[in-house]
Write a protein that binds this ligand. Structure first.
Ligand code: RUQ
Ligand code: CUA
Ligand code: CA
Length: 640
């Protein structure tokens, strides 16, 4: 094995080392009582000494200078509020996409266009400047990526953002009403009814936290009355079209390939407001939504609304859904405090991990539909396997060959297991052996995902382990550590660790997309910007105390060497980059006025600010564009 730790005294090939069993025991002891919080908080002082880990085999993953990667890796950025694009197998960072955060590199949160997408208050300032992105998923057609959109959640302010995959820029953000802790998100893969709609039209959003409904000051001391809503957003318009109130909470979200079912794992089936209460029940659940039935109820007017929101809310609570034949929800009991629900690429199963139970639960989607038709007694009868796979199982990925790969947070491992073997074992086959392999990762993996693993084209080549702790894997840089992402080769019988790469805190989830599935635009089309500045419209236009500066850039010049405005003016600068050459980006910074943004070739952006400081300010190009880049500057003069 490539990744053995040389200080593991009782090392065994599967990574069952002293350090790891220590971790496991701590965790197990924790589960029994008050120590649980500590037990789940990851590796402590038991990690190997710096530099002791053996180097992984090089070359297999490396890209020679100038060589392109085979896959795109689209990743969330956690509480950085952004999304990211890396190349795999190299692990090189290609792009950071600001979404909910302010980014002066591109001017996100600074330009008028980006502020309009992010949302502003009456005074024009941003409504929110923080975000917490966890899950990035692409839109589908025919069960695979169609390169149209990426969707990403903001857990802090319960917003859903959409990123255009041609430009890799965020173009819409919507805030979910009456939702707190919006965590899981997944686009649908086809329409549940209309077979012609074989592509994404809905995005489903799970709410992790309970709140008073509406959250207007009522029921503050009575959390038993609080509730959580599952939301459906129209992928094209980004409007919230319906919500479904549930018992318990939601966490991750998965959708079926036939479009009929969406599901969310719930770790707080107890509906408890505190940790002890959330761990009280022996089992929690995987909660299924019957999309067609929910939408039929909305059409029939069988819904309520909450507070100021006009979004129809259907009742998905157990008491209102006792008859399976009319139920919109099905609560399938699964292992304690589950985390993660993932769809197998053959379209047959959802896998839900136990987190506080060492098991993964395999749910047969055909049986869930059978339950909804009244053909099964108990929701639990939809479970076809529940193998023991290791401690702290979280997220599961697939190779398209019948195998599943689950991250084991507490064991710091990835486990490879076989679905058919697990199903046989569940039926009573004593010879069945679901677990095929385990490999150490460094350390405490959260999400793991495989190349094309969330599509019908799962190819079983690579697996990315998104580790939550890196400890000794990189040069120390102070108390804030980067995270490790580790690339595993899935192509053989045994998993092989190919490489480590760093991740700026704190990516959660990602997808690995074959590069031919992604089509980008390398140069904008000027006509796409209605406010594009041409030679005819360039110049300063004044209306009262409003000065509109229409400016062009072409290396190494701005079209106006001198821009004059008066103190007190509300200044709008609209800048169109007339360079047509790929990669020829200009920047525009103005000191004192806090202006900094870029314009890509043929792109137009604008900023608006109050000219309240008199004096001469050099407006200069920030993005290296030309041998005379430093000379690319104009005088911005504010007269008294
Ligand atoms: S979470 S480590 Cu935000 Cu997707 Cu599971
Ligand atoms: Cu234009 Cu640098
Ligand atoms: Ca629970």
């Amino acid at each position: 094995m490539a990744n053995d730790n040389s200080n593991n005294k009782d090392h065994k090939p599967s990574g069952d080392s002293g350090r790891r069993s220590f971790l496991g025991k701590t965790a197990l002891a924790g589960l029994a009582g008050a120590g649980a919080v500590i037990g789940l908080s990851g590796c402590k002082d038991d990690a190997p000494k710096a530099g002791k880990a053996a180097p992984a085999s090089a070359a297999a993953h490396e890209k020679a200078p100038g060589q392109l990667d085979d896959y795109y890796h689209f990743s969330s950025g956690g509480h950085s509020g952004e999304a990211r694009i890396l190349g795999l197998p190299s692990g090189r960072t290609l792009r950071r996409i600001p979404v909910f955060n302010i980014d002066p590199m591109v001017g996100w949160g600074i330009t008028n266009e980006s502020k309009a997408i992010m949302g502003t208050r009456a005074d024009g300032s941003l409504k929110y400047t923080t975000g917490d992105t966890h899950h990035v998923h692409g839109s589908y057609k025919d069960g695979t990526y169609d390169s149209r959109w990426l969707f990403v959640n903001d857990k802090i302010h319960s917003r859903l953002a959409r990123i255009r995959m041609d430009t890799m820029e965020c173009d819409k953000i919507v805030e979910l009403p009456n939702v707190a802790g919006f965590h899981g998100v997944f686009p649908d893969k086809r329409d549940p009814v209309d077979p012609a709609i074989n592509y994404t039209t809905r995005v489903f959003c799970g709410a992790e936290f309970h709140i008073p409904l509406p959250n207007d000051g009522r029921d503050l001391d009575d959390p038993a009355k609080w509730g959580a809503l599952f939301s459906c957003v129209n992928a094209a318009t980004m409007e919230v079209v319906w919500q479904c109130r549930v018992d318990g909470n939601m966490d991750l979200v998965a959708t079926s390939y036939d479009g009929k079912l969406a599901a969310s794992n719930q770790y707080n089936a107890e509906n408890a407001p505190d940790l002890a209460g959330m761990m009280a029940a022996e089992r929690d659940g995987c909660l299924f939504f019957h999309v067609e039935r929910i939408e039929a109820l909305v059409k029939q007017g069988k819904f309520t609304t909450i507070g100021d929101s006009k979004v129809p809310v259907v009742d998905g609570r157990k008491a209102a859904n006792e008859d399976p034949k009319t139920a919109v929800t099905c609560y399938v009991p699964v292992g304690k405090n589950p985390h993660g629900v993932n769809a197998s690429p053959d379209g047959k199963y959802f896998v839900c991990s136990g987190k506080l139970s060492p098991t993964a639960t395999v749910i047969d989607l055909a049986l869930v539909l059978k339950w909804f038709d009244g053909g099964l007694k108990e929701p639990r009868d939809t479970v076809v396997a529940e193998p023991e796979i290791g401690l702290g199982p979280l997220h599961t990925a697939f190779d398209g060959k019948g195998n599943a790969y689950t991250s084991l947070f507490l064991d710091s491992q990835i486990v490879k297991w076989n679905l058919d073997q697990a199903i046989a074992q569940f039926k009573g086959d004593k010879a069945a052996k679901p677990v095929l392999d385990k490999i150490d990762v460094h350390y405490q993996p959260g999400h793991g995902y495989s190349s094309m693993g969330e599509t019908k084209e799962a190819d079983g080549k690579y697996f990315n382990s998104g580790n939550k702790f890196s400890k000794d894997r990189f040069l120390p840089v102070g108390p804030l550590h980067c995270e490790t992402e580790q690339l595993l080769d899935l192509s053989g019988a045994k998993m092989v660790l190919l490489s480590d790469h760093t991740a700026y805190p704190e990516p959660h989830d990602g997808i690995i997309v074959r590069r031919d599935r992604v089509k980008t635009t390398q140069v904008h089309t000027m006509a796409d910007f209605p406010n594009a500045v041409s030679a005819e419209t360039a110049g300063v236009e004044r209306k009262g105390n409003k000065a509109h500066v229409r400016l062009m850039s072409q290396a190494p010049n701005f079209s106006m060497p001198i821009i004059k405005v008066k103190r007190g003016d509300e200044v709008t600068i609209t800048l169109t980059n007339h360079d047509k050459v790929e990669d020829l980006t200009h920047g525009c910074a103005i000191p004192t006025y806090n202006i900094n943004f870029i314009v890509n070739p043929q792109e137009t952006k604008s900023v608006t600010f109050k000219a309240d400081h008199v004096g001469a300010y050099w407006m200069y190009c920030t993005h290296f564009c030309h041998a005379l880049h430093l000379e690319m500057r104009s005088r911005f003069l504010v007269e008294a």
